[in-house]
Design a protein around this ligand. Structure first.
Ligand SMILES: Cc1cc2nc3c(=O)[nH]c(=O)nc-3n(C[C@H](O)[C@H](O)[C@H](O)COP(=O)(O)O)c2cc1C
Length: 192
């Protein structure tokens, strides 16, 4: 691929055995096979206080927020697997997005997000796989200037869906995840 897109992959969970971390790692394979340069990060390594405007005013953006923002800025595409909490986005992911949406001194607002491309995945132990939460994640990202590709996938019954190596047992599901990652790679290459 002449224009090799850089894709940042992460899950909206900090849980050690997160199903969504497993899912996004499968998708990474698809993006890499399609020619993307992919970096995986674990939000556990980017602990951020709960966003608070007074804290921001007093202390500025915390170092981990700055690190995460720089990561977002240097990638053109985002591959995100989002757990669903009460039909919506996890507080971890929303908090990370809220912090990253805050500009540094002399930075254009939302520069980490505007013009970027994202693909959304989800998995959960429930029968809907977390698809309801993706509606909200999509709306949040689109509202801050990210083009979220229409293709998305939610894998239900997560406790049975993965084998001991973290791979999806169902080949059709696995192919669906790889296809979304490939599409993200192609669209990111075209739009970057
Ligand atoms: C506060 C809370 C709310 C949850 N709400 C939902 C929900 O609305 N739908 C769902 O499918 N699972 C729900 N779950 C279960 C999560 O899908 C499950 O904990 C899942 O393993 C989280 O993703 P992870 O494995 O990537 O951390 C909820 C879990 C928590 C802790």
């Amino acid at each position: 691929m002449s224009n090799q897109p850089k894709i940042l992959a992460f899950a909206g969970s900090s849980r050690i055995d997160s199903f969504n971390k497993k899912l996004v790692k499968i998708a990474i394979e698809g993006a890499s096979q399609a020619g993307a340069e992919v970096r995986y990060v674990d939000l556990l390594d980017y602990p951020m206080p709960l966003f608070n405007e007074d804290l921001e005013k007093q202390e500025g953006l915390p170092p981990k927020v700055l690190e995460f923002k720089h990561l977002l800025r240097e990638h053109q595409g985002f591959l995100i697997s989002c757990p669903e909490y009460n039909g919506s986005i996890t507080p971890l992911l929303k908090n990370a997005i809220d912090w990253a949406s805050r500009p540094e001194l002399n930075e254009k607002p939302l520069s980490c997000f505007q013009g970027k491309v994202a693909a959304l995945l989800a998995t959960s132990p429930g029968g809907l796989g977390g698809i309801r939460g993706l509606v909200h994640v999509r709306a949040i990202l689109e509202g801050i200037g990210v083009f979220v590709i229409p293709e998305q996938k939610a894998i239900p019954h997560a406790t049975q869906a993965f084998d001991e190596l973290g791979q999806l047992k169902d080949e059709r599901q696995a192919q669906g995840i790889l296809a979304i990652a490939k599409k993200l790679t192609e669209v990111t290459a075209k739009l970057s």
